[in-house]
Design a protein around this ligand. Structure first.
Ligand SMILES: *Cc1c(COP(=O)(O)O)cnc(C)c1O
Length: 370
């Protein structure tokens, strides 16, 4: 059998020795947080790496999402997807905003752009789409709709680190894009996050908001929050950036291996990357259909018995959770594709140092589960 269990992901870390000089610098300077030298260096390095105009660093992605909504003064209703991590819509509730759920497309698992207009009301102020698994949203159409109806467009880009379409970063799209550097993501600073924005004035407002609203020692311009990234996180981020390209290519090699080996397994569908997309290998979702000999949950249990702890991202749907399910847009009849996808999805283990032997074991179990 197996010795150690395999999990969906294993955080990527640099060799500890490489981090020690960074730590020594922090210890010597005693500058631990509040826009210290590592914060400033990491922000600039990240801006360059991502090829975006402005980056605002945060303690985590959820605070970044909450602050993004504050920065654009979003109120009323926001159109979003039920097929995402709970933080997306929790950030709306924490701001007193009502999420309005719209169904997803089967091919990308992203908001179905053809259904958005019919969900717009007089109270709608923004659209909050997610690039699910790093799959690009139908951004051109989403931008058109936002322009036509005067809505803000904020992307939850927590899965989209390093993803580009025709050579351009996904993070350039919309009014704001929000990243997460949580331990489980493609790029991590233990906890961390960022907002990408396009003009210096908005960056200034976001930077005030993440620091209690302080504009200077004696001036508080808004009821801000504490969303600041510490020097420890920023130093780690600076070091992690040196390794992230290698980490992504290792992920993509595993993606290709799974894709090839599982292409002809009846009842198993892998989501394909669209033309022109340079993906990041963050997730490897399968959809388990009726032609497969086991149900999705039976396959989940079978893999677990073999020590492979996979996850059903995203099941249950957010719209089925107690704090959302009473809403008119949350009914399964309004969300048939998301509902079916949540019942069929299973994400396989994928991370940079996942060994080929384990990948093959996963492939063997999925290919012949009985
Ligand atoms: C991880 C994640 C978040 C939350 O980020 P944290 O850094 O963990 O707060 C938000 N949205 C999505 C889609 C995520 O996957």
């Amino acid at each position: 059998m197996h010795d150690k269990p395999t999990f969906l992901t294993r955080p990527y870390l640099p060799p500890l020795e490489a981090f020690l000089p960074y730590l020594r610098e922090i210890w010597d300077s005693r500058w631990l947080t509040n826009a210290g030298p590592f914060h400033e260096k990491f922000e600039e390095a990240l801006r360059k790496y991502l090829g975006v105009p402005h980056v605002c660093l945060f303690a985590n992605g959820t605070l970044a999402l909450m602050t993004a909504l504050q920065a654009l003064r979003i109120t009323g209703e926001v159109i979003t997807t039920p097929y995402t991590f709970v933080a997306t819509t929790h950030a709306l509730l924490w701001n007193g905003i009502k999420p309005v759920f719209v169904d997803i497309r089967r091919d990308t698992c992203n908001l179905d752009e053809t259904l958005i207009e019919s969900a717009i009301t007089a109270r709608t102020t923004a659209i909050l789409p997610v690039h699910c698994y790093g799959n690009p949203c139908a951004s051109q159409r989403l931008q058109q709709i936002s322009d036509t109806y005067g809505l803000k467009l904020i992307y939850d880009a927590a899965h989209a680190f390093g993803v580009s379409v025709d050579g351009r970063s996904l993070l350039e799209q919309g009014d704001l894009a929000v990243l997460s550097f949580h331990a489980t993501k493609v790029f991590n600073t233990f906890e961390g996050g960022a907002i990408v924005c396009h003009d210096a004035k908005l960056k200034q407002r976001i930077d005030y908001l993440k620091n209690f609203g302080f504009a200077d020692e004696v001036t508080v311009v808004a009821p801000g929050i504490n969303g600041k990234m510490s020097e420890f996180q920023a130093a780690l981020g600076l070091l992690q950036l040196q390794h992230v390209d290698l980490a992504i290519s290792a992920r993509l090699a595993i993606d290709r291996r799974y894709r090839q080996a599982l292409a002809n397994v009846p009842g198993v569908q892998c989501l394909a990357s669209a033309e022109g997309v340079s993906p990041n290998g963050g997730y490897f979702p399968l959809l388990i259909g009726a032609a497969y000999p086991l149900s999705r949950d039976q396959l989940y249990e079978t893999l677990r018995r073999h020590g492979i702890h996979v996850r059903r991202y995203f099941y249950p749907l957010i719209s089925n959770l107690p704090m959302y399910r009473g809403m008119a847009s949350a009914g399964p009849a309004n969300l048939p594709v998301a509902t079916r996808t949540a019942e069929q999805v299973l994400c396989l283990p994928i991370y940079p140092d996942l060994d080929a032997k384990t990948v093959d074991r996963v492939i063997n179990i999925v290919s012949s589960p009985c």
